[in-house]
Design a binder for this molecule. Structure first.
Ligand SMILES: [Zn+2]
Length: 425
């Protein structure tokens, strides 16, 4: 396992963190954070986690602090890991449930007019998050949350909103607490942050967390507008918060520290946009840019920009496809051979299957796992020693997973290795 990931169980240790005299963060109980603001006649819950089991654990902790009823639930956005414990917090209290009227752009949550490839999205979601992998050997964390957490009741406690917010900025008084709900599109178009001006606390949803942002999720997401997300970082900085409560990872304290992390986030996104766009204008292809574009070292070394969750090269590819479409600009690509046809010809050119296996053996011995995978895929495509190649691919994926700092990549390799091993049974 990557040495930086070994520190994650300690970082994500469960605790209730007090952000102000009446504001609490449930941290490390689930993939995402839950916040409680205690008002005069009830409490406000911000986000509700991914499972009813985690929500019940958090509610039990909150009940040690206050027994006031839950009067309001506010959802910063409708990704599953933030909306699935709502029914547990609501209990018999019949709270109002507030969210943005905008769509999340996620077909697994919000119905789309026409069908999407949801079966593929579900399979890829399982792989990205490592659902069912064993802790701590196969999954140590999800990059922005703990690996050791309950999975029972995933998606089971969603509630319909009772109030949809449409204005860019809505002032609202809840249980004697004045809050502002502010549209802040970023990770999703429906993001709505919560500003608590009296305590200078900003609840920022998933527009910031301690990782390079997931500008593209390999579970299969539509284009996330990079410029909008960067603009939103400016919007968040404009509140001049003294406490930042993100949807994942620890709260950030102090106006200067918050300005720094939000500014770094903005700069990192803008850098990817500028460098990718410049490369596109210079005629570089998507694959060339995915290898060429890097964060400047002073940004790449920041703890909140490490690639635990998002990856720079994934972002580069997403920006290219999102703004230019699939064609890489190289005329050769306009009529590429089918993968199987290309594989047959390359194996023949290499001197046949035994020569390819020899090269695979050398690559594995050298730790050149990507090359081994690309060769194995060609054998699998033409079904030459298919079973042997599939099992070898599973082994190489597990070997390749060891060095990954990016948790979605690590999990994707291991889940696919499992699928290959199981298909052999
Ligand atoms: Zn989230």
């Amino acid at each position: 396992m990557h040495p930086e990931l070994k520190a994650h169980p300690d970082y994500f240790r469960r605790e209730i963190v007090q952000l102000a005299d009446n504001v609490y963060q449930a941290f490390g109980f689930a993939a995402s954070n839950v916040y409680m603001i205690v008002g005069d006649d009830g409490v406000i819950i911000i986000d509700t986690t991914e499972t009813t089991a985690a929500a019940a654990n958090i509610l039990a902790e909150f009940r040690k602090i206050t027994d006031l009823p839950v009067k309001t639930i506010i959802l910063t956005h409708t990704h599953r890991d933030h909306v699935s414990g709502a029914a547990i917090f609501a209990g018999d209290d019949a709270p109002q449930v507030i969210k943005s009227e905008r769509n999340s752009d996620d077909p697994l949550i919000d119905a789309t007019e026409h069908p999407r490839a949801t079966k593929a999205m579900q399979a890829r979601t399982k792989r990205q998050f490592g659902i069912g992998l064993s802790y701590p050997d196969e999954i140590i964390g999800i990059g922005v949350g703990p690996g050791d957490r309950p999975l029972k009741g995933m998606g089971a406690g969603m509630m319909e909103p009772t109030r949809l917010i449409s204005d860019d900025r809505t002032c609202i008084a809840l249980s004697g607490i004045d809050l502002e709900l502010v549209m802040a599109p970023g990770e999703t178009p429906d993001h709505m942050v919560v500003w608590y001006p009296e305590k200078k606390i900003l609840f920022s949803g998933d527009n910031f967390y301690r990782s390079f942002p997931n500008l593209y999720a390999i579970r299969g997401t539509a284009y996330r507008d990079f410029d909008t997300w960067a603009d939103t970082m400016e919007l968040l900085m404009g509140f001049k918060p003294e406490v930042l409560g993100p949807g994942h990872t620890k709260a950030v304290f102090g106006a200067a520290a918050i300005r720094d992390v939000l500014g770094d986030y903005r700069d990192a996104i803008r850098h990817v946009v500028d460098a990718t766009r410049a490369g596109m204008d210079a005629g570089l292809t998507i694959d060339e840019l995915a290898h060429a574009v890097k964060l400047p070292p002073e940004l790449a070394s920041k703890p909140h920009l490490r690639e635990y969750y998002g990856r720079v090269d994934f972002a580069v590819r997403a920006y290219f496809v999102g703004t230019m479409g699939w064609f890489d600009g190289n005329p050769t690509s306009l009529g590429a051979l089918s993968p199987k046809d290309e594989a047959e010809r390359m194996i023949r050119l290499a001197g046949g299957g035994e020569a390819v296996w020899g090269e695979i053996g050398t690559a594995r011995a050298d730790g050149d796992y990507q090359w081994a995978l690309q060769l194995l895929d060609r054998l699998i495509l033409v079904d030459m020693d298919g079973d042997r190649a599939r099992l070898a691919k599973a082994e190489v994926l597990r070997d390749h997973a060891v060095g990954q700092i990016n948790c979605p990549t690590r999990h994707y390799y291991i889940q696919c290795a499992r699928e290959l091993e199981q298909s052999d049974d």
